[in-house]
Design a protein around this ligand. Structure first.
Ligand code: APR
Ligand code: PHB
Length: 395
């Protein structure tokens, strides 16, 4: 087989790239390891930054998001024993978020791919990348029991954190940056009406988060120790602990019900640099992981793909490599900004086991400052909203 861009991985990054390349008249083939049903079964964060919302709308992919998603202005912080306060992004910046699940975005992207007859090969096994440092790279795999060779001009590594693409970059070239946090999030999805706002809670019992997927679907999280086991957390225990971490009036407003999904996620930050090697470009979780605090993961995958699609478009349209040469640096600026924001929010809102009295007071002072300072709220609003996509410097 032959194509212009071989895309490894059919998650949100790979499928959005396939869509954006198609709009630019660039052919691609997506090689996805799993079955479509498996890709759709993953439940992930669901808060879309204003830039993500605008991009999806501009591609004609925003219709269901606007119908089913929950548009909101920012987030609330509930701090044990003190008054709640709001980081009102809409008031400061005039921009709004939409709470809309990654699962739904994946469905919308797959439906769009189906409509345009996109080449997406599911159950592609043993994917391997070759000749990245030449102008004629290729990918091999097994598909339907047969060996397959895909010749291409470029390879986009969109195969998530555990994929093969990043590992194709020689260790002497790849730099890795990592931070592991000493706790996990226990999350549940329930068919219950959510609180009206996304509320992050800092409580001596630990962090909690109230979020939503739709007017009838809620998502909640609790900070738990790393060694937590799901079987020790029946729904009853979850709801009791969740309510104990919110102020009385919010706890009373939380509607409980049977969970329809329950999962554990350890928190970590990871960045791989550079995001390009020869004819290989990494995008999304293949290159970086953020802790879920702030829900930046999907939004970063979207900005990577925006920059990469624009760069490849420039290459094919103008024969210029200026944007593909700048891709890694440009994408990494936004990546590090969101890495820092999610690190800041993680530090601000969680209770760290064994923290010193000094560090606890510093955290409390940070919250006091944030609650009282319009300037601090504006700064956080700007970061929580996500930096705007950089314009093409040569346009
Ligand atoms: N060959 C082909 N496909 C692979 C391989 C492989 N060796 N390894 C992994 N994949 C596929 C996975 O099955 C998955 O469908 O690549 C896809 C990667 O998708 P995601 O992990 O969802 O990553 P990405 O598309 O970058 O989306 C980022 O996912 O983890 C969240 O918070 C993150 O919301 C963000 C989003
Ligand atoms: C979610 O809805 O899953 C969510 C919301 C906000 C976050 C993280 C996750 O910061």
């Amino acid at each position: 087989m032959k194509t212009q861009v071989a895309i490894i991985g059919g998650g949100p990054a790979g499928m959005l790239l396939s869509e954006m390349l198609d709009r630019a008249g660039i052919a691609s083939v997506v090689l996805e390891k799993h079955r479509a049903e498996h890709v759709l079964s993953r439940i992930r964060a669901g808060v879309l930054e204003p830039g993500t919302v605008e991009l999806l709308r501009s591609l004609g992919l925003g219709e269901r998001m606007d119908r089913e998603g929950h548009a909101h202005d920012g987030m609330k912080i509930a701090w044990a024993g003190r008054e709640n306060f709001m980081i009102d992004v809409h008031r400061h910046l005039g921009r709004r978020f939409v709470a809309y699940g990654q699962t739904q975005i994946q469905e919308d992207l797959m439906a769009a791919a189906g409509r345009r007859g996109a080449a997406v090969l599911y159950e592609a096994e043993d994917v391997a990348l070759h000749d990245l440092e030449t102008a004629h790279p290729f990918v091999t795999c097994r598909h339907g029991g047969e060996p397959l060779r895909l010749d291409c001009d470029f390879i986009a590594g969109c195969d998530g954190f555990h994929g093969v693409s990043r590992r194709a970059i020689p260790p002497a070239i790849l730099r890795e940056f990592e931070k592991v946090y000493p706790f996990a999030w226990l999350g549940i999805l329930s068919r219950t009406p959510p609180l009206p706002d996304i509320v992050y809670a800092n409580n001596p019992r630990g962090f909690a988060l109230a979020s939503m997927r739709s007017p009838t679907l809620s998502r909640y999280y609790l900070q738990v120790p790393l060694e937590t086991r799901l079987e020790d957390w029946p729904d009853e225990r979850f709801w009791t602990e969740l309510k104990a971490r919110y102020p009385r009036e919010m706890a009373d407003a939380i509607v409980t019900g049977a969970s329809i999904e329950k999962s554990l996620a350890p928190l970590r930050s990871y960045v791989a640099e550079p995001m390009r090697h020869g004819r290989l470009f990494l995008a999304g979780d293949a290159a970086h992981i953020v802790p879920p605090t702030g829900a930046k993961g999907l939004n970063l995958a979207v900005s990577d793909v925006f920059y990469l699609a624009r760069a490849l478009g420039c290459f094919y349209r103008e024969g210029s490599s200026r944007l593909i040469d700048g891709y890694s640096d440009m994408a990494l600026r936004r990546v590090w900004s969101s890495v820092r924001t999610s690190w800041y929010l993680t530090n601000l809102l969680h209770r760290f086991p064994g923290t010193s009295d000094f560090d606890q007071r510093v955290q409390e002072n940070e919250l006091t400052y944030l609650r009282g300072s319009g300037a601090a709220q504006l700064a956080l609003a700007e970061q929580y909203a996500g930096l705007p996509f950089e314009p093409d410097p040569g346009a």
